[in-house]
Design a binder for this molecule. Structure first.
Ligand code: ADP
Ligand code: MG
Length: 143
């Protein structure tokens, strides 16, 4: 599925719609450069899980959990991870095989640690189409 958005609100809306169909155990991998809109997408995704707490970027904590929505939400930002093996110390598998959904910003950095079947979300800019333009591709990924 390919979407085009022209504002942060539209990107959030796509995240929100995706989350409404999410089921426990699903793993969502977010790919895209710094500042492309991964956290904006995640904020919408959290709304779709009926989470009202503000979503911040967990860059310094790697993982932030939210228990108040219709299922637990595990939001990762692994940008600062030094080595994929560090995810073992965080207890990655407890989240992956937990009762909620995982969404991982910068998932490419730890892809080998994740299940082979995930939902991939790619966000890309295209400056020719404007500063606020984003192309969002969502597809099942098999590593
Ligand atoms: P990332 O998490 O990928 O590093 P953020 O979500 O934190 O990026 O930031 C994205 C920035 O881009 C925000 O400042 C947001 O307002 C801006 N932006 C502009 N247009 C869009 C769009 N169409 N979709 C998402 N974000 C957009
Ligand atoms: Mg971010």
């Amino acid at each position: 599925m390919i979407y085009e958005t022209f504002s942060p609100q539209q990107t959030g809306q796509i995240g929100e719609e995706l989350a409404r169909q999410a089921v426990p155990g699903q793993v969502f991998c977010l790919y895209g450069d710094l500042g492309v809109g991964k956290t904006v997408f995640t904020q919408g995704f959290a709304r779709g899980l009926e989470i009202t707490d503000p979503i911040s970027s967990p860059t310094f904590t790697i993982i932030q959990t939210y228990e108040e929505g219709r299922m637990p939400f595990y939001h990762f930002d692994v940008y600062r991870i030094g080595d994929p093996e560090e995810m073992d110390e965080i207890g990655l598998d407890d989240y992956i095989y937990g009762e909620g959904v995982c969404l991982i910003e910068w998932a490419n950095l730890i892809r080998e640690m994740l299940p082979s079947q995930v939902t991939a979300i790619r966000i890309e800019k295209n400056v020719e189409k404007g500063f606020d333009y984003r192309r969002i591709t969502i597809e099942e990924e098999e590593a």
